[in-house]
Design a protein. Structure first.
Length: 562
């Protein structure tokens, strides 16, 4: 199981921890704590799921318990093994381990069925032959009570016979359902005889065609919790109104399933400038607005991993935002700051020139090459240095030169001096332009007595300090500059296609340090001045990695709206 993120504060108290601590104090569960993360294998996990994963596995870790990974695979129409594999990979990537507790709701199909027969025999469930639309019409509204189905009075023997024939495959989809017999006048619509089973002829990714009836989530979930002896069934607020049904099912099965987990609800994650709705994510992928479930602009865990986010940063984020009972919006900048904080400490520094302008040092010997030493991390000298080849012809950033500099511009300009970082002080002596008047080359002279790291070099004071790469040694690399997917903070409330940020992905060819050609997939770096980058895990080739920008060095969206 995951360790606490290095340098992170101890987990803060919240109302769920207070519940667990009181249960531990009173011995309610005989000292046993068991939580679970129960995803449906019908899509890829996103950052909202990450909050739940960190919460459930974190609580089990901190209170010496266990956390189960259980797939709620009760809808074969939408579920695939691909999603199972991606979910397992994502939870492991986040740093969590379920040990021997990998479960599937389909493991319990036979037991679910037996418990359903038990409810029928006790008069607590019946087979209804109304169609789906009729059931909805009979259910009523928030202001009108429901009406009894004409089949509600079916006796246990008739319902049991029909239910067994449903299982045997005698009826087409939609012909019958099994419903709980609770209260059609209940103010809680979830208690108005909810459907427990439906006929659905579809091949299940694990059980094949062994079943043609499948349990509904509200039934399968609470029974799975009881089978696994989960102590605290933690879910998001939209399930608060379902809790009375959760308790009803377990109460009615108490004589054959004597375990009653406690359901506790917390506020789901709402993150600005993105969407965490599975439906909207499916629309984005299906419409081609993004390039698949692992597109680095998506909030899927596959996407943010490819973007360059670290599991440590996501765990830090989950701890930092805390757990609350009421919905609220979290600024994307909070997540990005967690990544900056993590990568600032761990990412080695490298140089990339994104918008190259040639700089020629006229008094440097032609053909000469020397090696300058650049620190791998300026705050950690123990991590050593790497060589940077220096020559007469260099690339610098175009924005680092201004022919007519504005006030306060301390980089290179005519007759101005700057230090070439890790190397020499140079003075601009002139420029070359093309026919359109665009500057193509900056000419300089260098002072050979000012090489960084040599005696007396520090005495030469200049205000500007710019990075560079030798043109003869720099590597051409593809860089993908990713930004927020939407232009508006609360993107879920807007037309998703209209709110898309047209600049969420820019591809450019840049020059990078020679050593970066050997970067391995998912190796991360800080490109000085430009942000934190990762070698893409899917694209690129040996010796020619593609780099994705995970985040810039500072938040350029702070205060921006619309």
């Amino acid at each position: 199981m995951s360790e606490t993120t290095p340098g992170a504060a101890a987990p803060s108290s919240n109302f769920i921890r207070q519940i667990i601590e009181e249960d531990v104090r009173t011995g309610k569960w005989r000292g046993r704590i068991a939580t679970r993360f129960p995803p449906e294998p019908n899509g890829y996990l996103h950052l909202g799921h990450a909050k739940s994963i960190c919460l459930n596995f974190g609580l089990a870790r901190d209170y010496g318990g266990e956390c189960h990974l259980r797939f709620d695979d009760t809808n074969p129409v939408k579920e695939e093994q691909e999603y199972v594999d991606s979910i397992i990979d994502a939870v492991r990537w986040l740093g969590f381990d379920w040990g021997d507790h990998l479960h599937f709701a389909s493991d319990y199909f036979e037991r679910f069925y037996g418990f359903a027969e038990h409810l029928i025999r006790r008069g607590k469930a019946y087979v209804d032959s109304l169609g789906a639309e009729e059931i909805r019409a009979y259910r009523g509204t928030l202001t009108e009570v429901g009406r009894d189905s004409p089949y509600r009075a079916r006796g246990a023997d008739e319902s049991l016979d029909l239910f067994r024939r449903m299982r045997a495959g005698e009826f087409p989809d939609g012909a019958h359902v099994l419903r709980a017999r609770i209260d059609m006048a209940s103010p809680n619509l979830n208690l108005r005889d909810p459907v427990l089973y439906r006929i659905r002829r579809a091949t299940h990714h694990r059980t094949g065609d062994a079943w043609c009836i499948y349990p509904m989530y509200d039934y399968a979930h609470c029974v799975s919790d009881a089978i696994e002896r989960i102590t605290h069934s933690i879910c998001t607020l939209e399930f608060e109104d379902h809790r009375p049904l959760y308790d009803w099912v377990l109460d009615e099965l108490a004589d054959v399933l004597p375990w009653h987990s406690r359901q506790v609800e917390f506020a789901r994650l709402n993150l600005t400038y993105t969407v965490l709705s599975k439906r909207k994510l499916i629309e984005l992928v299906g419409s081609g607005a993004v390039e698949g479930w692992d597109d680095p602009r998506l909030p899927t865990l596959a996407g943010v991993r490819r973007r360059g986010f670290t599991p440590e940063a996501i765990r830090m984020f989950a701890e930092r935002i805390g757990v609350a009972k009421a919905d609220s919006w979290i600024e994307m900048g909070v997540l990005e700051d967690c990544l900056r904080e993590d990568l600032n400490e761990r990412a080695p520094r490298r140089i990339a020139v994104l918008d190259p302008l040639r700089l020629t040092i006229d008094n440097y010997p032609e053909g000469a090459v020397e090696s300058c030493e650049a620190p791998n991390h300026p705050q950690h000298p123990e991590r050593g240095t790497r060589p940077l080849p220096f020559s007469r012809e260099l690339w610098i950033e175009r924005e680092d030169f201004a022919e007519t500099p504005p006030r306060g511009f301390f980089r290179l300009a005519p007759d101005a001096e700057v230090r070439l970082r890790y190397a020499y002080v140079v003075r601009c002596t002139g420029v070359e332009k093309d026919a359109a008047g665009r500057i193509t080359t900056v000419h300089c002279r260098y002072d050979p007595d000012t090489r960084s790291g040599t005696p007396g070099a520090a005495s030469r004071k200049v205000k500007g300090n710019i990075h560079w790469l030798s043109t003869a040694h720099a590597q051409s690399s593809e860089l993908r500059l990713y930004d927020r997917l939407f232009r508006v903070p609360e993107a879920g409330a807007a037309d998703s296609r209209e709110a898309l940020n047209p600049d969420s992905k820019r591809i450019l060819t840049a020059f990078t340090e020679p050593a970066l050609s050997q970067a391995l997939p998912e190796e991360r770096f800080q490109f000085e001045r430009h942000g934190y980058f990762i070698a893409d895990r899917s694209d690129g080739a040996p010796g020619r990695p593609v780099f994705n920008r995970a985040v810039s060095l500072r938040d350029s969206w702070s205060g921006r709206r619309g």
